[in-house]
Design a protein around this ligand. Structure first.
Ligand SMILES: O=C(O)[C@H](O)[C@H](O)[C@@H](O)CO
Ligand SMILES: [Mg+2]
Length: 390
């Protein structure tokens, strides 16, 4: 089998967007004296979809949500010429060729995200060619179903957050993740607000349900050291991305500081990046996203590391490219799930672009043993809600 062409299109959302509340989530630009666009690091309102065509007629689908226009350019100009003509089953060689040919600029960030999209599409081809779901090529079923946590609870009015938390309990979730609204520039009042929001959610969900806390890189070491001990009494399952991803020593220090496990890796790349984090005991939960980290070829290597270091892998975002890895490794106990379909920050766009993502029932979702490949197709339902740049 040979890859004959690669088609990459950017889907730009032009449908309705729900404006988020101010201080909806701390983020890395909060540290600037003037951050300008408060949604700057958040707006995922466009997405690139990669289709790999083969001489057998099988088409594999991949995706990349980070800076999709740039990713498309990287794919069109640098990666496609390296991949076309190869047998998709030579995926390790193809991955190494993409990685090594772009290593001067592509090994982290958008270069690796573009590589990820192609690699995901290649695994989809392999699944379809062998008539197996991708997870069956990766190790098969390691769990009856995948427990998922509801991930939203952006900072807003506390009554509203309590209603939202209750709605997840009502839908059968027993784990959920909330976001902090405040960081170092908000002083003691901000610390108080952050603590109050956790208290408010705990009041509703009690301590028989898991609560995860998200900082989205919006704090610094000093602030995190100040607030973490105060958060201990709320027994979070983890505290996510407290500092910027380059502050690996900061992660390591925080991870030793309190009983709260520190999670991260949503903005880390390849097994090399994760080995550094693991060697320093910097994170207690690995949260790569397959469509950033280097695709399935890189993610499965990180799963192997995770098993050896005994650190769980709970990938960012859920979504099919991650669920197959979660299903096929014991290192992944649960997965993330974005429970709301209204387009806000843009994580939700996946539901409008693709069909096939499984819906959770009572906090669990399952993958189909008989659905070849990733099980995704491009939806035709919402095409008029997008500008499609081809
Ligand atoms: O962990 C997450 O779900 C991410 O950090 C989100 O994609 C981001 O939107 C922050 O809420
Ligand atoms: Mg996160």
């Amino acid at each position: 089998m040979k890859i004959t062409s690669i088609k990459t299109r950017v889907f730009e959302w032009k449908g309705h967007t729900v404006p988020p509340a101010s201080n909806f989530c701390s983020n890395a630009t909060d540290m600037l004296w003037r951050s300008g666009d408060s949604m700057g690091t958040f707006r995922f309102h466009d997405w690139a979809v990669v289709e790999i065509q083969t001489d057998t007629g099988i088409v594999g689908i991949g995706n990349v949500a980070l800076a999709p226009r740039i990713a498309k350019n990287i794919i069109d100009h640098y990666l496609a010429p390296l991949v076309i003509g190869h047998d998709p089953f030579d995926y390790e060689h193809i991955w190494q060729s993409m990685y090594r040919s772009t290593i001067a600029w592509g090994r982290k960030g958008i270069g690796m995200a573009a590589i990820s999209a192609i690699d995901i599409a290649i695994w989809d081809v392999m699944g379809k060619a062998t008539n197996k779901p991708v997870f069956k090529l990766l190790g098969g079923r390691t769990k009856e179903k995948i427990p998922v946590y509801a991930s939203k609870l952006y900072r807003t009015d506390l009554d509203e957050m309590q209603r939202e938390a209750q709605s997840y309990l009502d839908q059968g979730f027993n784990m959920m993740k909330m976001r902090f609204g405040y960081g170092p520039n908000d002083g003691p009042q901000g610390v108080k607000q952050n603590l109050m929001s956790v208290e408010a959610v705990r009041e509703v969900i009690g301590y028989d349900n898991d609560l995860m806390l998200e900082c989205y890189m919006g704090w610094n070491l000093e602030y995190a050291k100040r607030i973490l001990p105060k958060l201990e009494r709320f027994e979070p399952r983890w505290l996510e991305e407290p500092v910027i991803p380059d502050d690996i020593d900061g992660y390591a220090e925080l991870n030793q500081l309190t009983s709260i496990p520190i999670s991260g890796g949503e903005h880390e790349f390849t097994s090399h990046g994760f080995k550094q984090l693991l060697d320093k005991r910097a994170i207690s939960v690995i949260q790569y996203d397959t469509n950033r980290v280097g695709g399935i070829t890189a993610a499965r290597k990180i799963n192997a590391l995770a098993e050896v270091y005994s650190v769980p892998v709970i990938p960012h975002a859920g979504q099919m490219h991650n669920y197959h890895l979660t299903m096929s490794t014991l290192a992944s106990p649960i997965a993330e799930f974005f429970p709301v379909h209204d387009v806000e920050v843009g994580n939700e766009l996946f539901y409008y672009i693709f069909e096939g993502d499984p819906a959770p029932v009572n906090g669990y979702l399952d993958l189909d043993d008989n659905m070849p490949g990733l099980g995704l197709s491009i939806s035709t339902k919402y095409l008029d809600h997008f500008n499609i740049i081809g």
